[in-house]
Structure formats: C-alpha cells, structure tokens
Ligand binder design. Sequence first.
Ligand code: ADP
Length: 204
Amino acid sequence: MKTENTVWHPQQITKQQRAQQKGQRPCLLWYTGLSGSGKSTIANAVDDLLFERGYHSYLLDGDNVRHGLNGDLSFTDQDRVENIRRISEVGKLFVDAGLIVSTAFISPFASDRALAAEKIGEAEFIEVFIDTPIEVCEQRDPKGLYKKARAGEIKHFTGIDSDYDVPANPAIHVKTAEADIKQCAEQVLSFLAERGFISSTKAV
Ligand code: ADP
C-alpha cells in the first residue's frame, strides 16, 4: 500500500543513457489477439531476431506471468483489469531499463489496452494486433482450450462466450493466416526499424 512515507528515489542513470548504451530506443510491443492467434509464437520469433541482431529485449508472456506475479488472479472482469494493470506497471519498469519489451496477452478489452497505452505513454506503446480468424485459431487449438470451451468446460472464453474488441487502429496489423511465422516477425522488425527504435544497419 502506498503511504505518504513512500518516496520515489530519483535514479542517477537516465532512461536515455540506458537506451544509448544499448543502441536502441526502448518501447513496449503490446501483442493482442485471440487465444491461439499466434501472440506468443510471433513475440518469441521477434525476440529471437532482436537477440540475434544484438538488441536487448524481454518478453512478458501471459502464461508465465500468470504462474508468478499474477498467480493470485482469476479470470473475473475485476482480476483481468488488475492483471493488465500489473503487466503495464512491470512493462513500464522494463522500458525504463532501456529494453524493447513485448507483452503477449489476449487483452480483449479496448479500455484495458487504452489504460496500458496511457501508462506507458503513446510514443513508446506499440499495439500489435495478431489478427487470425477464430476458425483458424480453433483449428490450431495449440493448448486444447477451444475444445474445452466448446464442451462447456471453460466459461468466459474469449471469442466464444466472452467478447474481443477488435483494435480500431493498431500500429502493426499482422495477418497470420496469410504469412508464415518468420514473415510475421519480420513485419514487426521492419516497423521498429522504420520508426527508429532499432537501426536497420546494426550488424548481427
Ligand atoms: P497465442 O499466444 O496467441 O495464444 P500461440 O502462439 O500459443 O498463440 O499459438 C499459435 C499457434 O499457431 C502455434 O502452434 C503456431 O505454431 C501456429 N501458427 C501457424 N502459423 C502461424 C503464424 N503465421 N504466426 C503465428 N503462429 C502460427
């Protein structure tokens, strides 16, 4: 709980210095999309490409975070909001550390994504819509969750009996049914280079 005795310690090394040391501009890639759309897969592929090229990145993945930091949260509306709030806060700290951060969560509600954007700051928040038709997600069903949801074993499943707000104006729109994983990851890298978050010339 924050009290009046909680003081924010100014840090000596600035975010700009940390970014400069790493030869990149920090940002947060916020992947959103249905379960099985490919958020984790593409975020991991992007992370690999960044690592290979010598950039400094970190991936906060939905399932991993739910096992640790957010292990106490359920899937009620209230806990989903808290889930996103904590992820945004942690993401912001990692951006402060000069990193290119990725978060891979369904994040179905536009209002939650707007809160995250506000927390991070529009200039460093990059919404990545992993756009995959639900029929394709259901066919892939990498975790067997659609099968369970159709059988009524999982309630409030996004796309089946819980809504997904399609991003109105995502910074990056990735259509995974039309391109392979590598092409999708390269689309994200190209965006980062075009916007100057990474250099297009940094040697591997
Ligand atoms: P999410 O994180 O959105 O729940 P996952 O990344 O766990 O989704 O699962 C996506 C599945 O779709 C993986 O099994 C992946 O190999 C497969 N897949 C097939 N084609 C693509 C593509 N172009 N982009 C991303 N994933 C793809």
